[in-house]
Design a protein around this ligand. Sequence first.
Ligand SMILES: O=C(O)CCC(=O)C(=O)O
Ligand SMILES: [Fe+2]
Length: 365
Amino acid sequence: MVNPGEILENYDRLSELKAFDESKEGVKGLVDSGVAKVPRIFIQPPDEFEKTSGTCNSQFSIPVIDLGGINNDPVLRKEIVKRVREASEIWGFFQVVNHGIPVNVLEEMLDGVRRFNEQDLQVKKGFYTREYTKPVVFNCNFDLFSAPAANWRDTLYCLMAPHPPMPVELPAVCRDVLVEYSKQIQRLGFALFRLLSEALGLNPDHLNDMDCGEGLLVLSHYYPPCPEPELTMGTTKHADNDFLTVLLQDEIGGLQVLHENQWFDVPPVPGALVVNIGDLLQLITNDKFRSVEHRVLAKSEGPRVSVACFFSTSLLPSTKLYCPIKELLSDDDPPKYRATTIRDYVANFNAKGLDGMSSLQHLRL
Ligand SMILES: O=C(O)CCC(=O)C(=O)O
Ligand SMILES: [Fe+2]
């Protein structure tokens, strides 16, 4: 029996990380070279697996909300707003169907991510970097050098709003769909921020007027099949450092959400998008909406592909301060957080990596 605790000690981890990073081939490169064992830089500390892997109890599952007809029927809209409020308070997660983005655009987006990762290695390596000032970045684990263990995942990052890259800067194999998908996601984002504003009892434009939907960072993840999925993770437990995330996942599954100390699967639903509240929305709603921890299990099937669209302006030099929304406070409900710029908040998140601790903690009053 392997003892991951022992393996983690007594070796020159930094050199192994560097050699892996310098190969610029990511996890897919390892799998293509035929590794039968998970290299030790990927082995998770055992406590990562301790929590019960909550099987989805059918009474208890992430809500699927049908957005069809939302702009035509005020009574229906009210009902949908209520479901969005309950889901955002209880789970921090929900799925949406009939959201207005055609299924062929969803499929083409997932195909585009597969094409990017499976293209000519030399072309792909040209995008591999850790310089996050670039509009397009490809690498394996943003926190490779700071996290306790690497994740079985490669990621392409494209900052698509408010200042999208020039089309020639985007990878040719997925350029058109990235532009089209981002446009559609941004439109959906504005609609979701209106629903969320109403769910908080605010003017429907409130969150959009705070620029919650202005910045869009598109993270395209590629999780190659893993030879020893019980030893590593696709994505370690974390909460998202943005206002809101809209996630497209393929049919493989593996995403789980922590609810009442149990892990629940977020099952793939054809045509659906997964929506989750990020830390910044938890902060400005003064904990009314919850940014909930989630993770992705490594799997022997694959590759699994997902596209996580982060609504945040973290990469812009904005000095705007965010704090709990005044209209949501009262004598009985005083502010729980101090004000922060998004830059400072995200710098702290990135410095500590995905270690399972909330980045909101250090802003608590
Ligand atoms: O791949 C997934 O399903 C989730 C990815 C994720 O949680 C993230 O990018 O923050
Ligand atoms: Fe996430």
